[in-house]
Write a new protein. Structure first.
Length: 255
C-alpha cells in the first residue's frame, strides 16, 4: 500500500549541494554568459512521496525495494560497484526500477552507476513492488508528463531545461527522494531527486553532479533553456508531481 515517508531532521547544507549539482539554483544561465556562481545550499528535509504498491498491483513498472545491506554489481555475479542499504543518504526507503532479470539477479537503475548503465542486485535482497506512474520529459517542447501504465496522461506541466552549455541529459532515470527546502530557497518549495548525473558540470561548481526536478525562485526560467541541467517547475507543479509519482518511478528524458 502507499505510505508517506517520515520527516527527518534537517541535513547539512553540503548534502543539498550534492543533489543539486549542475542545477544552478535560481540563477539564469545563457549560452553567452559564464556559469552562475553556486548558490549556498539551504537545509532540507525528506517530505511525503508515495512508495510503490505491493507487486499485486494489476499493472505498472517493476520496482525492487532494497531490504538489507547488499552489493550492486556490474553484471550478474560481476565486479562489485557499490554497497547499498535499505535507505538512501536522506533516510528514504530505497526503491530501484527493475529493467532486466537474469537467473536470480535484477538489472536496476541506480545512482551508483553512470547514466545509461544498469547495476545488478540479487533478487533475494529485495522485495518486489510496482510503480503505477512514470514521468516522460520532452526537452524540445519543455514539457513533462505523468502517465499511467497504459500511457494515458495524468498530469502535464511546463519545465525549464538545461542551457546549451549544460544540457539536461537524456535517458532513463528514477526518482530516489522527495525533499523540501526552507522558505526562500532558490530551489523553490521542494525537490524530486533523480538517480542521474550531469556530465557537464558548470565551471566552478564543487557540489557534485546529481540531477533533480525542483522548484525555483526565478519563474521566468520555467519553460526556458536556463538551468545547469536540472528540470525547473513551479512550486505548485512540483507539489502536484509529488502527489502523483512515487519512489522508484521511471523518468524518461527525451531530446
Amino acid at each position: 500500500m502507499r505510505a508517506p515517508i517520515a520527516a527527518v531532521l534537517c541535513a547539512a547544507a553540503a548534502v543539498l549541494a550534492a543533489v543539486m549539482a549542475g542545477c544552478g539554483g535560481g540563477a539564469t544561465q545563457t549560452t553567452t554568459s559564464p556559469a552562475p556562481t553556486p548558490t549556498p545550499a539551504p537545509p532540507l528535509r525528506t517530505t511525503a512521496v508515495a512508495t510503490p504498491r505491493e507487486d499485486r498491483a494489476p499493472s505498472g513498472d517493476a520496482v525492487a525495494q532494497i531490504r538489507r545491506r547488499t552489493t550492486l554489481r556490474s553484471a550478474p555475479a560481476g565486479r562489485r560497484v557499490a554497497t547499498i542499504g535499505p535507505q538512501t543518504e536522506w533516510g528514504t526507503p530505497r526503491y530501484l526500477p527493475v529493467v532486466r532479470r537474469r537467473d536470480g539477479w535484477l538489472g536496476v537503475i541506480a545512482t551508483e552507476v553512470p547514466n545509461g548503465r544498469l547495476a545488478w542486485v540479487r533478487a533475494s535482497a529485495t522485495r518486489p513492488a510496482v510503480s503505477t506512474t512514470r514521468i516522460l520529459v520532452d526537452l524540445s517542447r519543455r514539457r513533462l508528463r505523468v502517465v499511467d501504465p497504459h500511457g494515458r496522461t495524468l498530469l502535464q506541466v511546463k519545465v525549464g531545461v538545461g542551457a546549451a552549455k549544460t544540457p539536461t541529459p537524456t535517458g532513463r532515470f528514477a526518482i530516489t527522494d522527495g525533499l523540501r527546502t526552507e522558505s526562500g530557497s532558490p530551489y523553490g518549495c521542494c525537490i524530486l531527486a533523480l538517480s542521474g548525473h550531469q556530465p557537464d558540470v558548470p565551471q566552478g561548481w564543487t557540489g557534485g553532479d546529481r540531477l533533480a526536478i525542483h522548484g525555483t525562485d526565478d519563474p521566468t526560467s520555467i519553460g526556458a533553456a536556463a538551468s545547469s541541467g536540472c528540470l525547473r517547475a513551479s512550486d505548485e507543479d512540483v507539489r502536484r508531481l509529488m502527489a502523483r509519482v512515487g519512489l522508484g518511478a521511471l523518468v524518461e528524458i527525451r531530446a
